[in-house]
Design a protein around this ligand. Structure first.
Ligand code: NAD
Ligand code: TYD
Length: 372
């Protein structure tokens, strides 16, 4: 057993436990819920989700269509920043896994407030509820204090020109999104230090896969390309991201929940560090669509050039990703081709307003991107 493994959690959060999953109708949270309930190991999950534009109950349709799994899922529509809703849910749970967040950098540039309310006040409300439960455990009113897992992001390290970020590196967030995420995880870790709360943090890479809201790079470009619409590539398109399949992200979160050491942070790297241009080329190849769809558009303000994580610590805890980018990307393209009703519904409501604000002027002044 590794040094970290020797001091790991005792498995209370594994099969048969009761988890409170926030943001469980979102992209990664719903994968976490589907994968755990799909194993049929007796685990019960309560989801709390505000169902913002990014939350979609249809993401849990495979669970709700299966009586055995549906019987172990409770779905509560609610806000993690609302103590009256959160308190009783935390009281019933052995662990809280906090996926809930506003998650799109571009939206955080226009409308940062919701990022702060959910990412800071929401985390505070969850932590206070955990603190009350820890006091109840100390008084013998429940068997043990809840564990709190904060799902954070590689973006808290800021733009990393060279090398790979390690968990002890300085946090230098550069967007309102990543600033809110950094604040949330720092607050969570402060409750470990100050109140002895059982807190663990994951920092995942850029994630892709099925049920990903079409505002993000990969699903936006797949769905636009299916419709032969222009693909708005920001700036020179040489920004680099390290792509992590959603099932590996959800699996790593579960692994840290079960085996992570209290007070620790674990990076969750992906399988392929690539410039955006190369990701787009691969998508177009898979879809059989031409590069001429790609437009060079005005860059994102403060655009982080590169994220890259060192995964040594998570590997020492015993986790390995399973999905290669090549296989995962091909499967993702297949999924969007087969699930048009899902993504067309996600591109309704306020989508046109959002799209016009984000891309209207950019595309109007754009030219076809040079192929380098
Ligand atoms: P998402 O936007 O798809 O889902 C977020 C979910 O949270 C939605 O279902 C939404 O309705 C819900 N939500 C938002 N505010 C809420 C509130 N106040 N109360 C309750 N529910 C609320 O996001 P995602 O891509 O699934 O990301 C999940 C988590 O993982 C986030 O914390 C994000 O910061 C983190 N993360 C994401 C990535 C990525 O590439 N997608 C990478 C690293 C970390
Ligand atoms: P995104 O999926 O928004 O994730 P993040 O900003 O959290 O990394 O963007 C991934 C990369 O793709 C990022 O470098 C910005 C770029 N991008 C574009 O070039 N065009 C787009 O329309 C979008 C949404 C992103």
């Amino acid at each position: 057993m590794t040094e970290e493994g020797a001091d790991r959690a005792d498995g209370r959060f594994g099969p048969g436990s009761h988890l409170l999953v926030t943001g469980g109708a979102g992209f990664i949270g719903s994968c976490f819920v589907r994968d755990i309930l799909g194993r049929r190991d007796g685990t019960q999950i309560t989801v709390i989700d505000k169902l913002t534009y990014a939350g979609n109950r249809a993401n849990l349709a495979p669970v709700e269509a299966d009586a055995e799994q549906a019987g172990r899922l409770r779905f509560v529509v609610g806000d993690i920043a609302d103590p009256a809703v959160v308190g009783p849910l935390v009281a019933d749970a052995e662990a809280v896994v906090n996926f809930a967040a506003e998650s799109h950098v571009d939206r955080s540039i226009h409308d940062p407030e919701a990022f702060l309310v959910t990412g800071v006040i929401g985390v505070h409300v969850l932590l206070e509820a955990c603190r009350r439960e820890a006091a109840r455990a100390a008084g013998g009113e429940r068997p043990a204090a809840p564990r709190f897992l904060q799902v954070s992001t590689d973006e808290v390290y800021g733009s990393v020109e060279t090398g790979h970020s390690r968990e002890g590196d300085r946090l230098e967030p550069r967007s309102p999104y990543s600033a809110a995420k950094a604040a949330g995880e720092i607050l969570a870790r402060s409750y470990h230090v100050t109140h002895g709360l059982d807190v663990v943090v994951t920092r995942g890479s850029n994630t892709y896969g099925p049920y990903h809201h079409p505002e993000k790079l990969i699903p936006l470009f797949i769905t636009n390309a299916i419709d032969d619409r222009p693909l708005p590539l920001y700036g020179d398109g040489l920004q680099r991201r390290d792509w992590l399949h959603v099932a590996d992200h959800a699996g790593a979160v579960e692994h840290v929940l079960r085996f992570g050491r209290a007070g620790e942070v674990y990076n969750v790297p992906g399988e392929a560090e690539l410039p955006n241009r190369q990701v787009v080329e691969r998508l177009l190849d898979l879809l059989g669509k031409p590069w001429s769809l790609v437009r060079r558009v005005e860059d994102r303000p403060g655009h982080d050039r590169r994220y890259a994580l060192d995964g040594t610590k998570l590997r020492a805890l015993g986790w390995r990703n399973r999905m290669s980018f090549e296989t995962g990307l091909a499967a993702t393209v297949d999924w969007y081709q087969a699930n048009e009703a899902w993504w067309r519904a996600a591109r309704s409501g306020d989508w046109d307003t959002y799209y016009e604000r984000q891309y209207g002027a950019r595309l109007a002044g754009s030219a076809q991107a040079a192929r380098e």
